[in-house]
Ligand binder design. Structure first.
Ligand code: HPA
Length: 276
């Protein structure tokens, strides 16, 4: 049965009384450590949020944490649904819409991805300048929900210029290298073939992964500002002699996760001091 995002937003209001998140954060594979630094968090299990996904992949938890992070009221998703798990694409819309209804106007997405760009090494971070949706599906397929946005909407500024500028400033302040590039989303669950990676390079992709784009589409549809960062866990298939594995993604991702755990608070404190 299809759930209404309003129901999940109400649970958030009930379980985090008096707290209004303004920024939503989705922490991807191996990137959950940052959530530990949320002050006095309200923690809600996805099982208590109607329509939120049951997280399935190792390295993903299934809970929402609400609280202040570097002075900003955040709602932090630990774990997300992936298309390769077999969720109908439309189901990926609900958590983002619930967080929109709960008060978030900004969405920061993170993920683990493979690098197609030899200048962007494993263990480094890449901020998304744009994306290519190669999943073959879209969470906004089906009847348009006019409460959230228009049927046809603009994606020429998918990743917000001002948020990107602020992320770049925060990275510079901390001495963290933050490259910018194009993320291509694929359905998965397999890693790509070398021939696919060669094709995707000619198409302009700097990184490949299996998430983020559906959430970005839903968020842009309902007018949220979006930024996204990939933790590059490996060079993509065929670029080295190594075989790819999820375990390796988690291990290398841990390096980038450390940088991300410094970068996001610095970025957030910039946002909170400007809002003050
Ligand atoms: N391909 C797709 N998704 C990924 C990869 C990759 O090489 N690494 C981490 N997530």
């Amino acid at each position: 049965m299809a759930h209404n995002p309003q129901a999940a937003a109400e649970v958030i209001r009930e379980q985090a009384p008096g707290f209004q998140p303004r920024l939503a954060l989705v922490l991807g594979t191996g990137l959950g450590a940052l959530a530990e630094t949320i002050e006095h968090p309200f923690i809600i299990d996805y099982g208590d949020l109607p329509g939120f996904p049951r997280a399935a992949v190792e390295g993903h938890a299934g809970r929402l944490m609400l609280g202040k992070l570097a002075g900003v009221e955040v709602a932090c998703m630990l774990g997300r649904a992936h298309l390769y798990e077999g969720h109908p694409a439309a189901d990926l819309a609900l958590p983002i819409r619930a967080l929109r209804l709960a008060g978030c106007d900004t969405l920061i997405l993170t993920n683990a991805a493979g690098s197609l760009n030899p200048r962007f090494p494993p263990g480094s971070l890449m901020m998304l300048s744009d994306h290519i949706n190669m999943t073959g599906v879209n969470p906004l397929m089906g009847a348009n929900d006019e409460r959230f946005g228009e049927r046809f909407f603009d994606m020429s500024q998918a990743y917000d210029r001002e948020l990107r500028r602020r992320l770049a400033v925060a990275a510079t302040a901390l001495g963290i290298i933050l490259n910018e590039g194009v993320y291509m989303a694929l359905l998965g669950p397999n890693f790509e073939t070398p021939a696919e990676i060669r094709a995707f390079r000619t198409m302009g992709a700097d990184a490949v992964g299996m998430s983020t784009v559906p959430e970005c589409l839903v968020a842009r549809h309902c007018g949220m500002r979006v930024a996204a960062i990939s933790s590059l866990t490996n060079l993509a298939a065929g670029m080295t002699d190594e075989e790819l594995s999820h375990e390796q993604s988690l291990a290398v991702g841990a390096l980038a996760a450390k940088d991300l755990s410094r970068l996001l608070p610095e970025f957030l404190s910039g946002l909170s001091s400007d809002a003050a």
